[in-house]
Design a protein around this ligand. Structure first.
Ligand code: GCO
Ligand code: MG
Length: 402
Protein backbone atom coordinates (compact mmCIF):
# COMPACT_ATOMS: atom_id res chain seq x y z
CA UNK A 1 0.00 0.00 0.00
CA UNK A 2 2.45 2.63 -1.21
CA UNK A 3 1.82 6.35 -0.90
CA UNK A 4 1.80 7.81 -4.39
CA UNK A 5 0.63 11.36 -3.84
CA UNK A 6 0.54 13.94 -1.05
CA UNK A 7 -1.11 17.31 -1.21
CA UNK A 8 -1.92 20.25 1.09
CA UNK A 9 -5.30 22.02 0.95
CA UNK A 10 -5.51 25.41 2.65
CA UNK A 11 -9.04 26.78 2.83
CA UNK A 12 -11.19 29.15 4.88
CA UNK A 13 -14.85 28.12 5.04
CA UNK A 14 -15.52 30.53 7.93
CA UNK A 15 -12.01 30.08 9.36
CA UNK A 16 -8.69 28.75 8.11
CA UNK A 17 -7.84 25.06 7.88
CA UNK A 18 -4.76 23.21 6.63
CA UNK A 19 -5.62 19.72 5.43
CA UNK A 20 -3.32 16.94 4.23
CA UNK A 21 -4.46 14.51 1.55
CA UNK A 22 -2.51 11.29 1.06
CA UNK A 23 -3.30 8.97 -1.84
CA UNK A 24 -2.10 5.38 -2.19
CA UNK A 25 -1.34 3.28 -5.25
CA UNK A 26 -4.73 1.56 -4.75
CA UNK A 27 -6.47 4.92 -5.05
CA UNK A 28 -7.37 5.18 -1.35
CA UNK A 29 -7.38 8.65 0.14
CA UNK A 30 -6.47 9.53 3.75
CA UNK A 31 -7.02 12.90 5.46
CA UNK A 32 -5.09 14.68 8.19
CA UNK A 33 -5.58 18.05 9.90
CA UNK A 34 -2.54 20.34 10.26
CA UNK A 35 -4.26 23.55 11.36
CA UNK A 36 -2.27 25.75 13.76
CA UNK A 37 -4.49 28.72 14.51
CA UNK A 38 -2.89 32.00 13.38
CA UNK A 39 0.24 30.22 12.10
CA UNK A 40 -1.37 28.05 9.42
CA UNK A 41 1.06 28.69 6.58
CA UNK A 42 4.09 27.74 8.68
CA UNK A 43 2.76 24.17 8.94
CA UNK A 44 1.65 24.11 5.29
CA UNK A 45 5.18 25.08 4.30
CA UNK A 46 6.82 22.62 6.73
CA UNK A 47 4.72 19.89 5.16
CA UNK A 48 5.07 20.78 1.52
CA UNK A 49 8.72 21.85 1.65
CA UNK A 50 10.09 19.23 4.01
CA UNK A 51 7.72 16.31 4.63
CA UNK A 52 5.73 15.54 1.50
CA UNK A 53 8.84 14.91 -0.65
CA UNK A 54 9.76 12.13 1.82
CA UNK A 55 6.44 10.30 1.65
CA UNK A 56 6.20 9.08 -1.94
CA UNK A 57 6.82 5.34 -2.14
CA UNK A 58 6.50 4.72 1.63
CA UNK A 59 4.27 1.87 2.81
CA UNK A 60 1.18 3.58 4.26
CA UNK A 61 0.72 0.73 6.76
CA UNK A 62 3.97 1.57 8.57
CA UNK A 63 2.30 4.14 10.80
CA UNK A 64 4.61 4.01 13.82
CA UNK A 65 7.74 3.79 11.69
CA UNK A 66 6.67 6.84 9.69
CA UNK A 67 6.03 8.72 12.93
CA UNK A 68 9.51 7.82 14.24
CA UNK A 69 11.04 8.69 10.85
CA UNK A 70 9.48 12.17 10.82
CA UNK A 71 10.17 12.83 14.53
CA UNK A 72 13.69 11.48 14.88
CA UNK A 73 14.63 12.13 11.28
CA UNK A 74 14.13 15.90 11.55
CA UNK A 75 16.81 16.21 14.27
CA UNK A 76 15.04 19.46 15.39
CA UNK A 77 12.38 17.83 17.49
CA UNK A 78 9.02 18.86 18.86
CA UNK A 79 7.39 22.30 18.72
CA UNK A 80 3.88 23.11 17.45
CA UNK A 81 4.75 23.39 13.75
CA UNK A 82 6.68 20.13 13.51
CA UNK A 83 4.24 18.18 15.64
CA UNK A 84 1.15 19.43 13.81
CA UNK A 85 2.81 18.38 10.54
CA UNK A 86 3.67 14.92 11.89
CA UNK A 87 0.13 14.67 13.28
CA UNK A 88 -1.41 15.32 9.87
CA UNK A 89 0.59 12.49 8.31
CA UNK A 90 -0.13 10.15 11.22
CA UNK A 91 -3.89 10.76 11.24
CA UNK A 92 -4.06 10.40 7.44
CA UNK A 93 -2.27 7.03 7.76
CA UNK A 94 -4.76 5.80 10.39
CA UNK A 95 -7.55 6.93 8.06
CA UNK A 96 -5.97 4.98 5.19
CA UNK A 97 -5.48 1.87 7.31
CA UNK A 98 -9.13 1.91 8.35
CA UNK A 99 -10.26 2.34 4.76
CA UNK A 100 -7.97 -0.42 3.51
CA UNK A 101 -9.41 -2.84 6.10
CA UNK A 102 -12.93 -1.47 5.74
CA UNK A 103 -13.28 -0.69 9.47
CA UNK A 104 -13.72 2.54 11.43
CA UNK A 105 -10.50 3.75 13.06
CA UNK A 106 -11.80 3.12 16.58
CA UNK A 107 -11.69 -0.64 15.88
CA UNK A 108 -7.98 -0.29 15.16
CA UNK A 109 -7.45 1.60 18.44
CA UNK A 110 -8.72 -1.33 20.49
CA UNK A 111 -12.44 -1.03 19.90
CA UNK A 112 -15.16 0.87 21.70
CA UNK A 113 -14.80 1.21 25.48
CA UNK A 114 -18.15 3.03 25.71
CA UNK A 115 -21.25 3.66 23.64
CA UNK A 116 -20.80 7.34 23.09
CA UNK A 117 -18.38 10.20 23.69
CA UNK A 118 -19.60 12.72 26.26
CA UNK A 119 -19.00 16.27 25.06
CA UNK A 120 -19.11 19.72 26.61
CA UNK A 121 -20.32 22.84 24.87
CA UNK A 122 -19.41 26.51 25.22
CA UNK A 123 -21.74 29.01 26.87
CA UNK A 124 -20.74 32.62 26.56
CA UNK A 125 -22.18 35.98 27.62
CA UNK A 126 -21.31 39.66 27.56
CA UNK A 127 -23.03 39.87 30.94
CA UNK A 128 -24.42 37.48 33.58
CA UNK A 129 -27.93 37.32 32.16
CA UNK A 130 -26.65 36.61 28.64
CA UNK A 131 -24.34 33.88 29.95
CA UNK A 132 -27.20 32.25 31.88
CA UNK A 133 -29.38 32.37 28.76
CA UNK A 134 -26.57 30.76 26.78
CA UNK A 135 -26.30 27.91 29.34
CA UNK A 136 -30.08 27.44 29.21
CA UNK A 137 -30.03 27.24 25.39
CA UNK A 138 -27.31 24.57 25.45
CA UNK A 139 -29.15 22.58 28.12
CA UNK A 140 -32.19 22.64 25.86
CA UNK A 141 -30.01 21.08 23.14
CA UNK A 142 -29.16 18.22 25.49
CA UNK A 143 -25.68 19.16 26.76
CA UNK A 144 -25.10 18.07 30.36
CA UNK A 145 -21.59 19.52 30.54
CA UNK A 146 -21.09 23.18 29.73
CA UNK A 147 -18.08 25.48 29.81
CA UNK A 148 -19.15 28.96 30.90
CA UNK A 149 -17.26 32.17 30.13
CA UNK A 150 -18.62 35.61 31.01
CA UNK A 151 -17.33 39.12 30.52
CA UNK A 152 -16.06 40.59 33.80
CA UNK A 153 -18.20 43.69 34.47
CA UNK A 154 -16.36 46.80 33.32
CA UNK A 155 -14.07 44.87 30.98
CA UNK A 156 -14.30 44.12 27.29
CA UNK A 157 -13.13 41.56 24.71
CA UNK A 158 -12.85 38.78 27.30
CA UNK A 159 -11.47 35.44 26.17
CA UNK A 160 -14.30 33.06 25.24
CA UNK A 161 -17.01 35.70 25.02
CA UNK A 162 -18.71 36.32 21.69
CA UNK A 163 -20.50 39.44 20.62
CA UNK A 164 -24.12 39.61 19.51
CA UNK A 165 -25.41 36.18 18.63
CA UNK A 166 -22.23 35.09 16.89
CA UNK A 167 -20.54 31.85 17.96
CA UNK A 168 -17.17 32.56 19.63
CA UNK A 169 -14.21 32.52 17.22
CA UNK A 170 -11.03 34.11 18.56
CA UNK A 171 -8.98 34.35 15.33
CA UNK A 172 -9.72 37.49 13.35
CA UNK A 173 -9.01 38.26 9.72
CA UNK A 174 -7.24 41.57 9.22
CA UNK A 175 -5.40 43.59 11.83
CA UNK A 176 -4.24 41.91 15.03
CA UNK A 177 -6.57 42.67 17.95
CA UNK A 178 -5.11 43.93 21.24
CA UNK A 179 -7.22 43.18 24.32
CA UNK A 180 -6.84 44.35 27.91
CA UNK A 181 -6.67 41.90 30.80
CA UNK A 182 -7.15 42.72 34.49
CA UNK A 183 -6.68 39.90 36.98
CA UNK A 184 -8.16 41.30 40.18
CA UNK A 185 -11.66 42.18 38.89
CA UNK A 186 -11.80 38.71 37.28
CA UNK A 187 -10.80 36.98 40.52
CA UNK A 188 -13.49 38.88 42.41
CA UNK A 189 -16.17 38.26 39.80
CA UNK A 190 -15.66 34.60 38.84
CA UNK A 191 -16.79 33.02 42.17
CA UNK A 192 -19.87 35.27 42.37
CA UNK A 193 -20.68 34.36 38.80
CA UNK A 194 -20.41 30.61 39.34
CA UNK A 195 -22.48 30.90 42.51
CA UNK A 196 -25.22 32.36 40.32
CA UNK A 197 -24.85 29.67 37.62
CA UNK A 198 -25.06 26.89 40.21
CA UNK A 199 -28.05 28.51 41.87
CA UNK A 200 -29.83 28.79 38.53
CA UNK A 201 -29.12 25.32 37.15
CA UNK A 202 -28.85 23.08 40.20
CA UNK A 203 -26.18 20.60 41.30
CA UNK A 204 -26.16 18.12 38.42
CA UNK A 205 -25.00 20.16 35.44
CA UNK A 206 -21.25 19.72 34.89
CA UNK A 207 -19.69 23.20 34.80
CA UNK A 208 -16.31 23.91 33.24
CA UNK A 209 -14.30 27.11 33.05
CA UNK A 210 -11.20 28.18 31.11
CA UNK A 211 -8.82 30.71 32.70
CA UNK A 212 -6.77 30.58 29.47
CA UNK A 213 -3.27 30.78 30.96
CA UNK A 214 -3.92 34.20 32.53
CA UNK A 215 -3.17 33.67 36.22
CA UNK A 216 -0.06 33.29 38.32
CA UNK A 217 -0.02 30.05 40.32
CA UNK A 218 -0.95 31.71 43.61
CA UNK A 219 -3.86 33.54 41.92
CA UNK A 220 -5.01 30.31 40.33
CA UNK A 221 -4.84 28.58 43.71
CA UNK A 222 -7.01 31.32 45.19
CA UNK A 223 -9.52 31.01 42.35
CA UNK A 224 -9.67 27.20 42.55
CA UNK A 225 -10.28 27.44 46.29
CA UNK A 226 -12.97 30.10 45.90
CA UNK A 227 -14.74 27.98 43.25
CA UNK A 228 -14.88 24.81 45.36
CA UNK A 229 -18.43 25.39 46.66
CA UNK A 230 -19.68 25.43 43.05
CA UNK A 231 -18.23 22.03 42.24
CA UNK A 232 -16.60 22.64 38.85
CA UNK A 233 -15.96 19.68 36.57
CA UNK A 234 -12.68 21.42 35.77
CA UNK A 235 -10.76 24.64 35.85
CA UNK A 236 -8.76 24.80 32.64
CA UNK A 237 -5.33 26.31 31.96
CA UNK A 238 -5.26 28.25 35.23
CA UNK A 239 -1.63 29.21 34.67
CA UNK A 240 0.85 28.89 31.79
CA UNK A 241 2.14 25.34 31.84
CA UNK A 242 5.82 25.94 31.26
CA UNK A 243 6.45 25.48 34.98
CA UNK A 244 4.98 22.23 36.35
CA UNK A 245 5.81 23.53 39.85
CA UNK A 246 3.07 26.11 39.39
CA UNK A 247 0.54 23.30 39.20
CA UNK A 248 1.98 21.70 42.31
CA UNK A 249 1.35 24.93 44.17
CA UNK A 250 -2.24 25.20 42.88
CA UNK A 251 -2.85 21.60 43.81
CA UNK A 252 -1.75 22.11 47.39
CA UNK A 253 -4.49 24.69 47.87
CA UNK A 254 -7.55 23.42 46.06
CA UNK A 255 -9.55 20.32 45.19
CA UNK A 256 -11.07 21.96 42.09
CA UNK A 257 -10.08 19.56 39.27
CA UNK A 258 -7.48 20.92 36.85
CA UNK A 259 -7.30 20.49 33.08
CA UNK A 260 -4.37 21.47 30.91
CA UNK A 261 -2.66 20.65 27.65
CA UNK A 262 -4.30 22.13 24.56
CA UNK A 263 -1.01 23.82 23.66
CA UNK A 264 1.11 20.74 24.44
CA UNK A 265 2.95 19.10 21.55
CA UNK A 266 4.37 16.01 23.17
CA UNK A 267 4.40 13.71 26.14
CA UNK A 268 7.42 15.59 27.46
CA UNK A 269 5.25 18.68 28.03
CA UNK A 270 2.97 16.81 30.42
CA UNK A 271 5.02 13.94 31.83
CA UNK A 272 5.84 15.71 35.08
CA UNK A 273 2.34 17.11 35.52
CA UNK A 274 0.92 13.61 35.13
CA UNK A 275 3.34 11.62 37.24
CA UNK A 276 3.35 14.20 40.05
CA UNK A 277 -0.43 14.02 40.22
CA UNK A 278 -0.78 17.76 39.55
CA UNK A 279 -3.61 17.55 37.00
CA UNK A 280 -6.86 15.66 36.49
CA UNK A 281 -7.49 16.02 32.75
CA UNK A 282 -5.05 16.10 29.86
CA UNK A 283 -6.24 18.24 26.93
CA UNK A 284 -3.64 17.33 24.29
CA UNK A 285 -5.21 16.75 20.88
CA UNK A 286 -4.58 14.48 17.91
CA UNK A 287 -3.63 17.50 15.81
CA UNK A 288 -1.27 19.49 18.03
CA UNK A 289 0.33 16.58 19.89
CA UNK A 290 1.68 14.49 17.06
CA UNK A 291 -1.40 12.59 15.89
CA UNK A 292 -3.26 9.57 17.19
CA UNK A 293 -0.08 7.53 17.64
CA UNK A 294 1.47 10.00 20.06
CA UNK A 295 -1.80 10.98 21.77
CA UNK A 296 -2.29 7.32 22.66
CA UNK A 297 1.06 7.28 24.42
CA UNK A 298 0.13 10.37 26.41
CA UNK A 299 -3.21 8.79 27.34
CA UNK A 300 -1.52 5.55 28.38
CA UNK A 301 0.83 7.39 30.71
CA UNK A 302 -2.13 9.37 32.06
CA UNK A 303 -4.08 6.15 32.64
CA UNK A 304 -1.34 4.88 34.97
CA UNK A 305 -1.75 7.97 37.15
CA UNK A 306 -5.53 8.25 37.16
CA UNK A 307 -5.59 11.23 34.79
CA UNK A 308 -8.42 11.30 32.26
CA UNK A 309 -8.59 12.73 28.74
CA UNK A 310 -10.38 15.92 27.77
CA UNK A 311 -9.18 16.63 24.25
CA UNK A 312 -9.14 20.12 22.82
CA UNK A 313 -11.93 20.48 20.26
CA UNK A 314 -12.24 24.18 19.43
CA UNK A 315 -13.31 25.26 15.94
CA UNK A 316 -9.68 25.67 14.87
CA UNK A 317 -9.43 21.88 14.92
CA UNK A 318 -11.02 20.82 11.64
CA UNK A 319 -13.69 18.13 11.24
CA UNK A 320 -10.80 15.76 10.39
CA UNK A 321 -9.35 16.37 13.87
CA UNK A 322 -12.83 16.13 15.41
CA UNK A 323 -13.35 12.73 13.79
CA UNK A 324 -9.94 11.58 15.08
CA UNK A 325 -10.84 12.83 18.58
CA UNK A 326 -14.10 10.87 18.53
CA UNK A 327 -12.51 7.59 17.41
CA UNK A 328 -9.93 8.13 20.15
CA UNK A 329 -12.54 9.13 22.75
CA UNK A 330 -14.68 6.09 22.03
CA UNK A 331 -11.76 3.71 22.47
CA UNK A 332 -9.47 5.17 25.14
CA UNK A 333 -10.07 3.55 28.56
CA UNK A 334 -9.39 6.70 30.64
CA UNK A 335 -11.71 8.97 28.67
CA UNK A 336 -13.00 12.01 30.56
CA UNK A 337 -14.84 14.33 28.21
CA UNK A 338 -14.46 15.85 24.73
CA UNK A 339 -14.79 19.53 23.83
CA UNK A 340 -17.39 20.27 21.16
CA UNK A 341 -17.58 23.62 19.40
CA UNK A 342 -19.72 23.07 16.31
CA UNK A 343 -18.22 24.25 13.02
CA UNK A 344 -19.90 26.64 10.61
CA UNK A 345 -22.29 25.20 8.01
CA UNK A 346 -19.69 26.02 5.29
CA UNK A 347 -17.04 24.02 7.16
CA UNK A 348 -19.38 21.06 7.52
CA UNK A 349 -20.09 21.23 3.78
CA UNK A 350 -16.40 21.28 2.87
CA UNK A 351 -15.76 18.38 5.27
CA UNK A 352 -18.77 16.00 5.11
CA UNK A 353 -18.55 13.59 8.02
CA UNK A 354 -20.09 10.51 9.60
CA UNK A 355 -19.84 11.73 13.21
CA UNK A 356 -22.98 12.95 14.87
CA UNK A 357 -24.20 14.69 18.01
CA UNK A 358 -27.14 13.57 20.13
CA UNK A 359 -28.17 14.35 23.72
CA UNK A 360 -24.88 15.64 25.05
CA UNK A 361 -22.73 13.00 23.36
CA UNK A 362 -21.14 12.24 20.00
CA UNK A 363 -20.27 9.15 18.02
CA UNK A 364 -17.71 8.88 15.18
CA UNK A 365 -20.01 6.68 13.06
CA UNK A 366 -19.26 3.38 11.37
CA UNK A 367 -17.77 4.57 8.07
CA UNK A 368 -14.39 3.02 7.24
CA UNK A 369 -11.39 5.07 8.37
CA UNK A 370 -12.14 8.38 10.10
CA UNK A 371 -15.45 8.81 8.30
CA UNK A 372 -14.65 12.32 7.10
CA UNK A 373 -14.02 13.66 3.62
CA UNK A 374 -12.84 16.93 2.08
CA UNK A 375 -14.67 18.39 -0.90
CA UNK A 376 -11.71 19.98 -2.69
CA UNK A 377 -13.81 21.76 -5.31
CA UNK A 378 -15.85 23.47 -2.61
CA UNK A 379 -12.74 24.13 -0.49
CA UNK A 380 -11.25 26.08 -3.41
CA UNK A 381 -14.17 28.50 -3.20
CA UNK A 382 -13.01 29.53 0.30
CA UNK A 383 -9.43 30.80 -0.12
CA UNK A 384 -7.10 31.35 2.84
CA UNK A 385 -7.51 34.65 4.68
CA UNK A 386 -4.67 35.86 6.90
CA UNK A 387 -5.92 35.91 10.51
CA UNK A 388 -4.40 36.36 13.93
CA UNK A 389 -5.34 35.31 17.43
CA UNK A 390 -5.63 38.36 19.72
CA UNK A 391 -2.94 39.40 22.17
CA UNK A 392 -3.52 40.66 25.72
CA UNK A 393 -1.95 43.51 27.65
CA UNK A 394 -2.41 44.60 31.25
CA UNK A 395 -4.07 47.98 31.75
CA UNK A 396 -0.65 49.67 31.96
CA UNK A 397 0.37 48.25 28.57
CA UNK A 398 2.45 45.29 29.78
CA UNK A 399 2.21 42.25 27.47
CA UNK A 400 0.36 39.38 29.15
CA UNK A 401 -0.60 35.80 28.21
CA UNK A 402 -3.67 35.83 25.98
C1 GCO B 1 -10.41 25.99 24.19
C2 GCO B 1 -9.30 26.86 23.76
C3 GCO B 1 -9.53 27.65 22.53
C4 GCO B 1 -8.21 28.31 22.11
C5 GCO B 1 -8.09 28.25 20.64
C6 GCO B 1 -6.79 28.87 20.17
O1 GCO B 1 -10.46 25.70 25.37
O2 GCO B 1 -11.17 25.56 23.34
O3 GCO B 1 -8.75 27.58 24.83
O4 GCO B 1 -10.57 28.56 22.67
O5 GCO B 1 -8.13 29.61 22.55
O6 GCO B 1 -8.19 26.95 20.24
O7 GCO B 1 -6.55 28.55 18.85
MG1 MG C 1 -8.80 26.25 26.47
Amino acid sequence: MKITDAKIIVCSPGRNFVTLKLTTEDGLVGWGDATLNGRELAVASYLSDHVLPLLAGRDARRIEDTWQFLYKGAYWRRGPVTMAAIAAVDVALWDLLGKSLNVPVYHLLGGACRDRVRVYAHATGENVEAALASVAALRARGYNAIRVQCQTPGGKDAYGVSHGNQPYEPARAGALQETVWETEPYLRFAPQFFARVRQEFGPELALLHDAHHRLRPVEAARLGHALEPFDLFWLEDPTPAELPDGYRLIRRHTTTPLAVGEVFNSIHDCRELIVQGSIDYIRASAVHAGGLSHLRKIAQLAELYGVRTGCHGATDLSPVAMAAALHFGLSVPNFGIQEHMPHTAETDQVFPHAYRYQDGAMHPGEAPGLGVDCNEVLAAQFPYRPAYLPVARLADGTMHDW
